[in-house]
Design a protein around this ligand. Structure first.
Ligand code: 4NP
Length: 155
């Protein structure tokens, strides 16, 4: 059985599609499945934001085939690891379950890079173009650490 990792943000069009594409590119496909979802319903079925597609492309990743979906409580059963982009996503996801084991699957993604600091991946949706560059770099660094740990833990 492959190990399953879910990336979660608010809209599932800016940050989590990038996190999905970046982490998937660092893991062997036969052992790991990476997906993403949004806590909100607004962009179900849509492609990632064009600015996320562009920054991914600049870094040789194609995320244009992804489709937005909303986080669902069955994701707690399906996924082994659930990484959220910010503390608001954390609250929105964790309040959907009373199960302690499910709650412990949910982690702030930048805590891998900055342990215990609870730093948010800033939402670049309403921001300037280079917000996406910053988000990409943060996610790339933290996904390097995540990929290394996952490969060690699930050889
Ligand atoms: P994301 O950014 O959570 O990184 O996908 C957002 C995209 C869309 C909206 C909010 C955040 N929205 O409100 O439509």
């Amino acid at each position: 059985m492959p190990i399953k990792i879910l990336m979660v943000c608010l809209g599932n069009i800016c940050r989590s599609p990038l996190a999905e594409g970046i982490l998937a590119s660092k893991l062997p496909k036969e052992k790991f499945i990476v997906d993403s979802a949004g806590t909100g319903p607004w962009h179900i079925g849509r492609q990632p934001d064009e600015r996320s597609i562009a920054i991914a492309k600049k870094n040789k990743l194609d995320i244009s085939g992804q489709k937005g979906r909303q986080f669902s409580t069955t994701d707690f059963e399906v996924f082994d690891y659930i990484y959220v982009m910010d503390s608001s996503n954390y609250k929105d996801v964790v309040r959907l379950t009373n199960n302690k084991e499910h709650k412990t699957k949910v982690q702030l993604i930048l805590n891998e890079l900055f342990p215990n600091e609870n730093v948010d991946v800033p939402d670049p949706y309403y921001g300037v173009e280079n917000g996406f560059e910053t988000v990409y770099q943060m996610l790339d660094e933290t996904c390097d650490i995540i990929a290394k740990k996952l490969i060690e833990k699930h050889p």
